[in-house]
Ligand binder design. Structure first.
Ligand code: ARG
Length: 446
């Protein structure tokens, strides 16, 4: 990464050049992928008699040692060696000498970096999907406790009809279920192995690309070397999935901010997810919810950033592509931490059912129920019923039209269609939800 200070005139030209082109601070986060890719490549080279077994063995041993050094913090990172790939290769020279020079046979940094980025994208897509599933689990648990809890449902942020709080939480359960599926798609899109594409045109050695793919856990090999070294669609797919997830998180957080306000008082956030004001002792600010809402913009920015980087590129690899990793990694880290924080907020919030019930009282919120009653039992056309109900909710006389007592509970129970808010339907949705999560678990999704 370039240093944050503006380059001063005292910086030598070459230093400035290397600060400008270096990507180590970012791409070192995929050291595991880089090392795994190199090990698979070296083993394939030996299997194909392109390098000797003993060279391959010392390469693999050296690479494993480098991984240990990185993980124990001993590894000496050298920014002037530009990126993760050169840092690892150069250390390999120090450790095993000349044999290190054979690792890069039939390989270019272009197919190497594409492979590393795909392995990284697969890993974070799976982590994000798992985090979605865990958030869904928290939503289900809280929904189950609130199958009968009455709360106003809103349109235009105006009280519209009573619903159950369980139904509200299950709406978010649905959203994060779709997000989990999007992460699976993103994982599939990254699941193609580029090694063997060389710099752009393929390689002159008898490679076994399928072997490398299998070693690295890829389901397929790329079909066109020129596309393979310059395709970053899998990054777009992943960041789009994170953007959509952040949209849902941001909506949830906006609801949380509203529900936890003094005006609504529907929930209380736990201390871990709110903070006091330095000036006003009475305040409990929903900082985590606000930060998730705020970070959504960063993730959208990452999507636009990669789209824009890609749009003007001629075939094949261009150095512009190095700019793919900061948005990829930032979107991954931001979305994962946001999903985790949202899960904690949901799991730990206190639900004030009494406040929710109080806000659900009164004739106004039952207006649709009265209209439905006049239609069903009084034989009125719906439009006429609407006029009568409007007068009734304003407390005006309504002549000979008769309004029975309707409670919020009656209103809920009446919405007994699949997908409706009747407690029996919400219970059914929750049971199905647990079933879906259980199959996702068996399928190794989380
Ligand atoms: N750091 C580069 C990247 O992230 C690696 C590939 C460099 N390839 C090259 N031909 N300069 O894209």
């Amino acid at each position: 990464m370039p240093s944050s200070d503006a380059p001063s005139s005292s910086i030598r030209g070459s230093q400035l050049a290397s600060d400008f082109t270096v990507s180590l601070d970012i791409d070192r986060r995929m050291y595991r992928e880089d090392i795994a890719g190199s090990i698979a490549h070296a083993e394939m080279l030996a299997k194909q008699d392109i390098i000797s077994e003993s060279d391959a063995a010392s390469i693999v041993e050296g690479l494993r040692k480098i991984q240990d050094e990185i993980e124990s913090g001993e590894f000496e990172w050298k920014p002037d060696l530009e990126d993760i790939h050169i840092n690892v290769e150069s250390r390999l020279y120090e450790l095993i000498g000349e044999a290190a020079g054979r690792l890069h046979t039939a390989r270019s940094r272009n197919d190497q970096v594409a492979t590393d980025a795909r392995l990284y994208a697969k890993r974070v897509a799976a982590e994000c999907r798992s985090a979605c599933r865990q958030l869904q689990r928290a939503l289900l648990d809280r929904a189950e406790e609130n199958i009968e809890t009455v709360v106003p449902g809103y349109t235009h942020l105006q009280r519209a009809q009573p619903v159950t709080f369980g139904h509200v939480l299950m709406a978010y359960f649905e959203m994060f279920g779709r997000d989990a599926a999007s992460f699976t798609q993103a994982e599939t899109s990254a699941d193609v192995m580029p090694l063997g594409s060389g710099a752009l045109a393929g390689a002159t050695y008898p490679l076994d690309r399928e072997f490398v793919a299998e070693r690295l856990g890829f389901s397929a090999i790329s079909k066109n070397s020129m596309d393979a070294v310059s395709d970053r669609d899998f990054i777009l797919d992943f960041i789009f999935a994170t953007s959509k997830t952040m949209t849902h998180l941001s909506r949830l957080c906006e609801d949380i901010v509203i529900w936890s306000s003094e005006e609504f008082g529907f929930i209380r956030l736990s201390d871990a997810y709110s903070s006091g004001s330095s000036m006003m002792p009475q305040k409990r600010n929903p900082d985590f919810a606000e930060l998730i809402r705020g970070k959504t913009g960063r993730v959208y920015g990452s999507l636009i950033s990669v789209l824009t980087t890609l749009k003007g590129l001629p075939l094949t690899y261009n150095r512009d592509l190095q700019e793919d990793k900061p948005p990829l990694m930032d979107a991954a880290v931001t979305t994962l931490s946001s999903l985790t924080a949202a899960r904690g907020m949901i799991a730990e919030m206190t639900v004030h059912a009494d406040q929710m019930a109080a806000a659900s009282e009164g004739r106004a919120i039952l207006a649709t129920d009265y209209a439905d009653h006049l239609v069903r039992d009084g034989g009125l056309p719906f439009r006429e019923a609407y006029v009568q109900v409007a007068a009734h909710t304003r407390g005006e006389a309504t002549g000979n039209v008769d309004f029975p007592e309707i409670s919020a509970a009656d209103s809920l129970a009446a919405r007994d269609v699949p997908g409706g808010t009747a407690p029996s339907r919400v219970r059914e949705a929750i049971i199905n939800g647990y079933g879906d999560l259980w199959s996702a678990r068996l399928g190794g999704e989380w």
